[in-house]
Design a protein around this ligand. Structure first.
Ligand code: SF4
Length: 97
C-alpha cells in the first residue's frame, strides 16, 4: 500500500485534526511500519512516537476518531484496546470492561 511520503496518515487532511500533524515526528517515515503486524516494525514506529512533540494530540485524535488499527500516539491498536479484527475488546481506554 502506498502512503504519503510526507505523513503516514494522509487521510487526516480531510478531518479536523488541527495543525498538530505538521509537527509529527513521523513526517517522511515509512507509513507501513505504523500498520505492520510485525513487532519489530511496530517498535520502530513507537520509537518515533517517543520523540514526537505531538504524541498527546495524536493519541487523543486516535481515541476520538476512533482509529482501530495502527500505531497512534505511541500505542499500538492492541494497547489502545482494539483486537486484530478492529473490535474494541474493552471499554474506552482507562475504563473497566
Ligand atoms: S505520535 Fe507517533 S504516529 Fe502520532 S504523529 Fe507522532 S510520530 Fe506520528
Amino acid at each position: 500500500m502506498t502512503r504519503s511520503p510526507v505523513f503516514p496518515y494522509p487521510f487526516l487532511s480531510s478531518l479536523s485534526a488541527g495543525n498538530w500533524r505538521h509537527l509529527a515526528a513521523c513526517a517522511g517515515a515509512d507509513g507501513e511500519i505504523f500498520f505492520s503486524d510485525d513487532q519489530a516494525a511496530s517498535s520502530g514506529a513507537q520509537r518515533l512516537c517517543d520523540a514526537c512533540p505531538v504524541v498527546r494530540e495524536c493519541g487523543a485524535y486516535a481515541e476520538e476518531a476512533p482509529e482501530r488499527f495502527g500505531v497512534w500516539g505511541g500505542m499500538t491498536a492492541r494497547q489502545r484496546g482494539w483486537n486484530p479484527a478492529g473490535v474494541r475488546n474493552r471499554g474506552r481506554r482507562g475504563e473497566a470492561a
